[in-house]
Design a protein. Structure first.
Length: 721
């Protein structure tokens, strides 16, 4: 019981450390030091667990603590906190518990091998344990961060944000490579502490070499990551072009604000910052408003905003400014089903509606209810929970191609997009072709520096690598995120969202601009660093010159989550190898019943029968050894009997006869008759002796020792006589 209480303490301590390594109200950008050591108590508790049940509970409790502390702001979601925070916490905890069961399979199988082979010694055992833990924990964070119910918050990588050198490997492995090296370090620290507990035992000396091997591996991994990070961090190329953008942060209440008030505040802030650009001698290329500013759905409402607001309609305002706008709004994706999509709406410089890009990855339990298409689920959510949603995910990835005002009058370079070989020829009269000559005066190709292709991930889509990678591979040179986290009422929620989004810039080596209703509105460069930002929970706007870098593929953009898939392959291959080496190779029946369920009677009987057969086999070997020993003793006794028989056939010497006569003098008559009597007695004695010796041999062969002792007694009597 004391052991289990200590394990629970370790788990709580680890969960609290990880939670406070992530952005919180005290440490706005988290603590990479806490993140680096956060998992070592969890590692110690895990490797002291004795069953699948304990492992499930430990990981369940750890995931629950991290989620409840780091994502406590979910409780502020419009009165549904018990559902958004409670349901997500329970789901995350169950996923964590299942992860614990899977991770425990390695020590369980290893223990089974030790039980079957008492002489079994595993080489590099510490190295294997820390590698296994880091691998499985990375897979666990991946599984909870992807697909429709994915929630990439509360991760180790979020705590690692401030150490930019180590985070640069994200362009190769995504954030999961960062999780792996941090989990590996924590596991090594935990293993060292476990080794120190064995310092007073003989086992300590035997495992010191394993500790050295593990240290070398961890050191090499961190050295490689550090060197690569230095190279990437200090060799950022110069931007190819710049885009002047106005960000508008309205800081409006998400639940009680009116659309008119929202638009009017945004118009005032926009015009102020456009004038600021003009004062600097620059032209504004784009105005970006946050998510959910417009309440009427497009395309049906495109004419509505020609008249609304009444003071100056939105379309007239944009036409007067003569700058394209991207504004968060709604679109109707299916009129018959009356389904809507959360979208980013594009207006051209004339104030005309030009199209939209819809949100594909919806927020689970907020924008999207699992199985909401089922009528029973709809009734339950509306009548019991009091929450419903008619939002549907977008049906396509979309890019907006926007002109750059500073490049409008630049001539396209002559060497751009030309064939590597050309032929300039004159006709028979020696005259040139005017069309060919024109190509060497002015390039009619489109100037690549005059436009920027932008992708617009909406809300927490900037936290999902799969969405931003798809936009990048379509040709996005810049990522513009519009979001609204004002309902959270906490700074930690705003900073956590920003940190999760910042890793997309490293993975794709692309600048990102975030425009949020109440923050964190910020410009992030391809190193994940902040270039410009606006204060949290304030009505503000910014006129920012955003660098646009060359669109160049990274390892991650080209191959995606290859690192995670590699870990998965290693996981299954290693499990298969251990099972083969443990059971198939040695022809042993596996005892694979889980202690989370009641044991099956049939499997238990098979297990007991196997044990009985093994015991019988051991007894048989013992009996064979004993039989061989008895046979050797029997052979020795036979040799002794032959010697005794040979001695009995030889006659007694004259001295012995004389001694017998002196001891008992008799008459001549008696002397003549006595030898006959003595001869008869001697013959009887010899017969009895031979008979006793024969019985002695039989007794020896049957394993009894009693007859042997009697035979020796008879022999002694004969000799005395």
């Amino acid at each position: 019981m004391k052991r289990f209480i200590l394990q629970v303490f370790y788990v709580v301590f680890s969960g609290v450390m990880l939670s406070f390594s992530i952005s919180n109200e005290l440490l706005h950008f988290g603590s990479p030091v806490l993140a680096l050591f956060s998992l070592y108590p969890m590692y110690m508790a895990f490797y002291k667990s004795k069953s699948y049940r304990e492992s499930f509970f430990l990981f369940f409790f750890h995931a629950l603590i991290v989620h409840l502390i780091s994502s406590s702001w979910l409780a502020n979601f419009h009165g549904f906190g018990i559902f958004t925070l409670g349901a997500s916490a329970l789901g995350t905890a169950v996923e964590g518990g299942c992860c614990g069961v899977v991770i425990y399979s390695y020590p369980y199988l290893l223990q089974q091998k030790k039980n079957l082979n008492s002489n079994y010694e595993s080489r590099y055992s510490i190295f294997k344990r820390i590698l296994w833990f880091a691998l499985c924990y990375t897979l666990w964070e991946y599984m909870k961060s992807v697909e429709a119910l994915g929630y990439p918050w509360g991760t180790v990588s979020m705590g690692a944000y401030s150490w930019k050198i180590l985070t640069q490997i994200a362009d190769i492995t995504s954030v999961y490579g960062i999780t792996f090296i941090y989990a590996l370090f924590s596991a090594f620290v935990g293993e060292c502490l476990l080794v120190l507990e064995e310092k007073q035992t003989q086992k300590f000396t035997a495992i010191k070499s394993d500790v050295k091997q593990a240290f070398k591996f961890v050191f090499i991994v961190f050295a490689v990551v550090f060197l690569y990070g230095c190279f990437r961090y200090f060799t950022l190329p110069a931007p190819k072009k710049n885009m002047n953008i106005v960000l508008v942060q309205q800081n409006i209440d998400s639940w009680n604000s009116s659309e008119t008030n929202n638009i009017e505040i945004s118009k005032i802030l926009s015009e102020e910052k456009i004038d600021e650009f003009n004062e600097k001698g620059k032209n504004c290329d784009l105005v970006l408003w946050s998510e959910g500013v417009l309440n009427h759905s497009f395309p049906g409402s495109r004419n509505y905003y020609n008249k609304y607001p009444s003071s100056e309609s939105l379309s007239k305002f944009i036409k007067r400014i003569e700058i394209p706008f991207i504004i968060g709004g709604m679109t109707i994706s299916n009129h018959d089903k009356n389904t809507h999509a959360n979208s980013a709406v594009l207006f051209d410089s004339e104030g005309k509606y030009s199209g939209f890009s819809s949100k594909i990855h919806l927020v689970p339990f907020a924008e999207r209810i699992p199985y909401y298409d089922n009528p029973l689920m709809q009734k339950f959510m509306k009548n019991v929970v009091g929450m419903y949603s008619d939002l549907v995910p977008g049906f396509q990835y979309t890019l907006f191609k926007l002109p750059l005002s500073e490049s409008k009058y630049k001539v396209t370079p002559l060497d751009y997009n030309q064939n590597p070989f050309a032929l300039i020829e004159l006709n028979k009269s020696g005259e040139s072709n005017s069309e060919t000559t024109e190509l060497y005066i002015k390039n009619k190709q489109e100037n690549p520096n005059a436009f920027v292709k932008v992708g617009v991930p909406i809300c927490f889509e900037d936290s999902f690598p799969i969405v931003d990678r798809a936009l990048f591979n379509l040709g996005a040179e810049l990522l513009l995120n519009i979001t609204n986290d004002s309902w959270s009422n906490t700074k930690s929620a705003e900073y956590q969202h920003f940190i999760a989004a910042s890793y997309r810039t490293i993975e794709l080596r692309t600048t990102m601009v975030r425009c949020a209703n109440s923050g964190y509105s910020v410009v992030i460069n391809p190193r994940g660093e902040i270039i410009d930002d606006l204060p949290l929970f304030q009505e503000a706007a910014g006129a920012f010159t955003v660098p646009v870098y060359e669109h160049k593929a990274t390892v991650y953009s080209r191959f995606g989550d290859w690192f995670v898939y590699l870990l998965m392959i290693f996981f299954f291959v290693y499990i298969a190898y251990v099972i083969y080496d443990l059971y198939i190779k040695n022809l042993k029946l596996p005892d694979l019943h889980f202690k989370l369920t009641v044991e099956n009677t049939t499997s238990r009987q098979i297990y007991l029968l196997t044990r009985i057969l093994e015991t019988a086999e051991e007894m048989n070997k013992t009996l064979l050894t004993a039989n061989e020993d008895l046979q050797k003793k029997s052979d020795l006794l036979e040799e002794k009997i032959k010697k005794i028989k040979a001695e009995n056939k030889t006659p007694k010497n004259e001295t012995e006869k004389a001694k017998a006569v002196k001891q008992k003098p008799q008459t001549e008559k008696t002397k003549t008759s006595r030898p006959k009597t003595e001869t008869a007695k001697v013959k009887a004695t010899k017969a009895n002796s031979v008979k006793a010796k024969t019985e002695k041999v039989k007794a020896e062969k049957s394993g009894t020792k009693k007859t042997v002792s009697k035979t020796k007694a008879v022999s002694r009597k004969k000799d005395s006589k």
